[in-house]
Design a binder for this molecule. Structure first.
Ligand SMILES: Cc1cc2nc3c(=O)[nH]c(=O)nc-3n(C[C@H](O)[C@H](O)[C@H](O)COP(=O)(O)OP(=O)(O)OC[C@H]3O[C@@H](n4cnc5c(N)ncnc54)[C@H](O)[C@@H]3O)c2cc1C
Length: 451
């Protein structure tokens, strides 16, 4: 049998652009692949998948490079990078868009804006649409239009059944509907290599945005007000609040409302009335300006990071807020923070079993995060995140699979809750030899029993 050759743009450690090619958004947990292949079409993807099977080489799939734990990299193996496959085909008549899986949000939003449309997706422009969609996809239009995966109509994915093959499947609610179910919340790299995603689009023109800033002393009152308001307010309004380390002396709430600035001013009154805000901004802007407003430059640049997360199904009692405050008073540096995004609205109108995204009943997604500049600071930052997550765990549920944390022991149940069993059955049907595996890939049913 003729041996398959890798096709596409190939980068190896001897090439001058190797460092750039291998570097992900998180500079911690670095990995040193033997080869990176930048695929340019489905043929390159199929060849790469056949090649790893024939040569028994470990591999990972990569798009936007934002995996918190660098699960899209592997030392000594092949990285199948699809970021150069990023064409966007807009269908005006049907209000749909087909996007090659390598596109990041920085490409997607401006392209859809040309048609005054959008899809609900994340905030940072360098985040890959595919990783975001496969795990769910939370953003500033979630409460109005749902998660990114709720707007997915179809995807194309190259799977391998264990016969040293690779075939392209088109999955939607009619065909391969079980795989389509799993790809809406089951996370990346579990079933195959996604090559394109099709979504319904929504009309959008002007929106209103707000940002309100307070000092440290208002933390408890502000968080309590926000958590009781943000998940239940008008569903056209999605907001977030960041509680920063005490030294940063900043509590910052931001939000996006599909409506007028005067309506938004009235809606945010519970926030403007609490504590002593140091800055209040409420304004109406073209939607694309709002996209830029939420796109933090610091998130797009590679840095040393540790992040983890959880969901809240009900508001925190006073003692949980005090716990957060205590940790933020004793943070390893001023970049450490607890970040919260309001859910509810459209994200909750779908049942936990309708897609693989399990935490439909959550009111808030909560993220613990820290960034530092020197690798010697890593241990205390990781310890802080883990101790904080554990201290709050009696008030929280699970974790978002797109915020993976390799220190969570029972990660399959933590990410997937009661959807785990069905995901494992689908894994067995489409990847019986467990070709697609990484430290937190969905285990085959037999492997999970051994755990
Ligand atoms: C700065 C920052 C901002 C973020 N903002 C948001 C946000 O606003 N909302 C939100 O919901 N999440 C957000 N996230 C989390 C983000 O959704 C996840 O990190 C997501 O997995 C990133 O996907 P990626 O393609 O960029 O990353 P990658 O590292 O390329 O991939 C992530 C995972 O998907 C797999 N994968 C990549 N391409 C494919 C493919 N073609 N087929 C199958 N599997 C594939 C990878 O193997 C890996 O396991 C953010 C993360 C960061 C670091």
């Amino acid at each position: 049998m003729e041996k398959t050759q890798l096709t596409g743009r190939i980068v190896t450690p001897d090439d001058p652009d190797y460092e750039l090619a291998r570097t992900n958004n998180n500079l911690s947990f670095p990995k040193f692949p033997k080869i990176l292949v930048f695929c340019r079409n489905v043929g390159d993807v199929v060849n790469a998948l056949k090649w790893v099977q024939e040569n028994r080489v470990p591999f990972r799939i990569r798009s936007g490079r934002h995996s918190y734990e660098n699960f899209s990299l592997v030392t000594g193996g092949l990285v199948i990078d699809i970021s150069e496959m990023n064409a966007i085909t807009y269908d005006q008549e049907n209000m749909t868009v087909k996007i090659e899986a390598g596109a990041n949000l920085g490409l997607v939003y401006p392209r859809l804006w040309e048609h005054r449309t959008t899809i609900p997706a994340g905030t940072e422009s360098s985040v890959g649409l595919v990783g975001l969609s496969l795990g769910g996809g939370i953003g500033m239009l979630s409460r109005l239009f749902g998660l990114t995966c709720d707007n997915l109509l179809e995807l194309e994915i190259v799977t391998a059944s264990g016969q040293r093959d690779a075939k392209l499947i088109r999955a939607n609610t009619q065909h391969y509907s079980d795989l389509f179910w799993a790809c809406r919340g089951g996370g990346g790299e579990n079933f195959g290599i996604v090559t394109s995603l099709s979504y319904k689009v929504h009309r959008i023109s002007k929106v209103s945005i707000f940002s309100i800033t307070w000092g440290w002393e208002d933390l408890e009152a502000v968080f309590d007000t926000w958590q009781n308001w943000a998940p239940h307010t008008d569903l056209r309004l999605t907001s977030q609040i960041e509680l920063r380390a005490k030294d940063a002396n900043e509590i910052l709430a931001k939000g996006e409302f599909v409506g007028t600035a005067s309506s938004l001013r009235a809606l945010v009154r519970p926030l403007t009335d609490i504590g002593s805000p140091t800055k209040i901004v409420v304004k109406e802007v073209p939607y694309i300006k709002a996209v830029r407003f939420f796109d933090e430059p610091s998130g797009n640049l590679p840095a040393h990071r540790k992040r983890s997360g959880s969901f809240l199904k009900r508001p925190f009692p006073a003692e949980a807020i005090k716990t957060m405050k205590h940790f933020l008073e004793n943070a390893p540096n001023e970049n450490a923070a607890v970040w919260n995004q309001a859910l509810g609205g459209a994200t909750r109108q779908i049942s936990p079993s309708e897609t693989a995204f399990y935490y439909r009943n959550a009111i808030i997604a909560q993220e613990y995060k820290s960034t530092w500049s020197h690798s010697t600071e890593e241990p205390q930052n990781i310890r802080w995140i883990e101790e904080l997550r554990k201290a709050l765990s009696k008030y929280t549920n699970g974790d978002y699979v797109n915020w993976p944390d390799r220190l969570i022991k029972d990660w399959p149940t933590t990410y997937y809750g009661k959807n785990l069993k069905r995901l494992q059955a689908i894994k067995k049907a489409y990847d019986p030899s467990n070709l697609f595996r990484f430290p937190q890939s969905i285990p085959l049913p037999s492997d999970h029993n051994k755990r």
